[in-house]
Design a protein around this ligand. Sequence first.
Ligand SMILES: Cc1nnc(-c2cnn(C)c2N)n1CCCn1ccnc1
Length: 117
Amino acid sequence: SKKAKIWRNGSTNELEECHQLLGELETHQDAWPFLQPVNLKTVPGYKKIVKKPMDFSTIREKIINKQYSSGEGFKDDVNLVFDNCERFNEDNSEIGKAGHIMRTFFDKRWTELLKRW
Ligand SMILES: Cc1nnc(-c2cnn(C)c2N)n1CCCn1ccnc1
């Protein structure tokens, strides 16, 4: 059978749980701004202001291509999505509000996962 990958902390399902949590993020009602990469050709200023663009579809590709060596790299990219959102959007804008809601949702679920690893 496929050799289970042992993560640094001994968990064998860390990456699978990240994949499942990504699914929860993608299906959240406030996920709409973050599903696809921001279009750097049509959104004025974004390319200059946001040094490391990130979005949920890119994170999905990275999971599928085994580009995360631990859940930590996954967590860092998810936080990058929300940090980019705060940098480019006012807190009280529609996209800014969605970013805060999604970050709160992620932080709660991530804390729950860490308790289980
Ligand atoms: C994510 C994200 N952060 N800022 C933007 C954005 C795109 N255009 N403008 C004027 C922004 N502030 N986005 C992408 C939002 C993508 N989107 C999807 C449906 N409507 C907007």
